[in-house]
Write a protein that binds this ligand. Structure first.
Ligand code: ADP
Ligand code: MG
Length: 247
């Protein structure tokens, strides 16, 4: 298989009255942290919703090549089965359920007809061991802070054998410490061979973790930055807004 785990080609998506994406290309290398940046409304979330099957095949133009094969995802389950897990800003956890129930919700560990709770708890602890060892898996999710809820989402992704993790503005509502912890986790996942796409408007953190940066502006791809000399806030902002910015 080639260098790229994901290639999205010629992606165009229209909403009534607005072309959200116009012939966009996104090429993500196997094992990298790929940052997707752009001003509000530039099309980042829409591109990721196409990747996840939220907008299914037929509701956009273009091609998704994942692990060397063209994929036509019908829904989010389809993309998750292929190993693509997206974590949205609005978390998809069930607040009234415990951490371990949430991690295995929808893919419970069974012993015949019954859920094997002992194994479920042990597995949840194992997955969390590497992310946040001191997190109590029997707490209800509603009693956790946003930073810890974010980690439970990642644990859920890991329990599903994620190959490509997509994080849409994960640190926008996190404090400094939780943001740092999350970025460290993304880097650790990279060491384990998991590819990430990170959407963020915090350029400092983008520059800290990115291997490649794709910049969207008004639904168009305007830059793909790979050379370290381009990894500067001034360069990224110039592409984001389409003109030079005075210092
Ligand atoms: P970003 O995530 O970069 O802020 P979005 O992908 O959310 O941008 O939005 C891109 C464009 O598409 C914007 O003009 C937005 O208003 C529009 N858009 C996004 N989702 C919808 C939708 N469900 N219906 C209509 N327009 C939408
Ligand atoms: Mg968005």
């Amino acid at each position: 298989m080639g260098d790229f785990i994901l290639e999205m080609r010629g992606i165009t998506k229209d909403f009534p009255g607005v072309r959200a994406l116009d012939n966009v290309e996104l090429k993500v290398k196997r094992g990298e942290i790929h940052c997707l940046v752009g001003e509000n409304g530039s099309g980042k979330s829409t591109l990721m919703k196409i990747l996840s099957g939220f907008y299914p095949y037929g509701e956009f133009q273009g091609q998704i090549i994942f692990e060397g094969k063209e994929r036509r995802f019908k829904n989010i389950h389809d993309s998750e089965a292929a190993g693509i897990v997206t974590i949205y800003q609005e978390l998809a956890l069930v607040p009234e359920m415990t951490v371990y129930e949430n991690i295995f919700l929808g893919h419970e560990i069974r012993n015949g007809r019954f859920i094997d709770w002992n194994r479920t708890i042990a597995e949840a602890k194992r997955v969390l061991q590497e992310l946040k060892p001191d997190l109590d898996v029997s707490l209800k999710v509603k009693d956790l802070g946003v930073g810890h809820q974010q980690i439970v989402e990642i644990a859920k992704a890991l329990s599903k054998n994620v190959k490509l993790l997509v994080l849409d503005e994960p640190t926008s509502s996190l404090n400094e410490d939780d943001s740092e912890h999350l970025l460290r986790i993304i880097k650790e996942l990279k060491n384990r061979g998991i590819t990430s796409i990170l959407i963020s408007h915090k350029l400092k953190e983008v520059l800290e973790v990115a291997d490649t940066i794709t910049v969207l502006r008004d639904g168009k791809l305007v830059a793909r930055l790979e050379r370290k000399e381009d990894f500067k806030e001034s360069v990224i902002i110039k592409h984001m807004v389409g003109r030079e910015i005075e210092d």
